[in-house]
Design a protein around this ligand. Sequence first.
Ligand code: OGA
Ligand code: MN
Length: 210
Amino acid sequence: MRAMQIPSDHPLLLSIVDDLAACGWSQQNIFLPEALTLELAAECRKRAAEGELAPAAVGRGPTQEIREGIRGDHIQWIEPGQAEASDTYLGLMDSLREALNRGLFLGLEDFECHFAMFPSGAFYKRHVDRFRDDDRRMVSAVIYLNSQWLPEHGGQLRMYLKDQGQYDVLPVGGQLVVFLSGEVPHEVLPATRERLSLTGWFRRRGNEPF
Ligand code: OGA
Ligand code: MN
């Protein structure tokens, strides 16, 4: 994948900003070009095959623990320079960060993200993406990496929205969901096949609690 960039005033990014301002969340059915989605999926599978994905923990700091009854995904944090596809994605998210700062004055300083693989049957119980003792996470962004996902495969992201009630999103490849981290409780329902995603958080400056 050649380096790909989009300006922070791209219509796709502006529509995400507008959605967040209006109702706190946004769904973009076709956010990534198919080639990049496939490359990210391949990169996620390669890391899984090399044993680099580890069971995700719940909480942070000293109280962090693995609890499969709460979340059963395996993750690896993404750093710059690991792969071309993930670098391209980080670049796109940096443009979105600028767009969010310009449109919503959020003062977002960075973006942290990880690959996530939910084995068949795994789930993530209802939660909010903000820690009790650390409120730096402002905006969550999840991109799905699955080809040919059908409703009978399950694995929906179920959001509990203030005005619209319960809303389900199928983890269809190339689709992006963005929401305000502190305001949208959500869960991942179990799927009948492996479910790949790349989940990240835009953060504002804050004091490390530990
Ligand atoms: C998370 C999460 C949602 C999804 O990792 O915090 O809620 O659809 N992921 O993968
Ligand atoms: Mn979450």
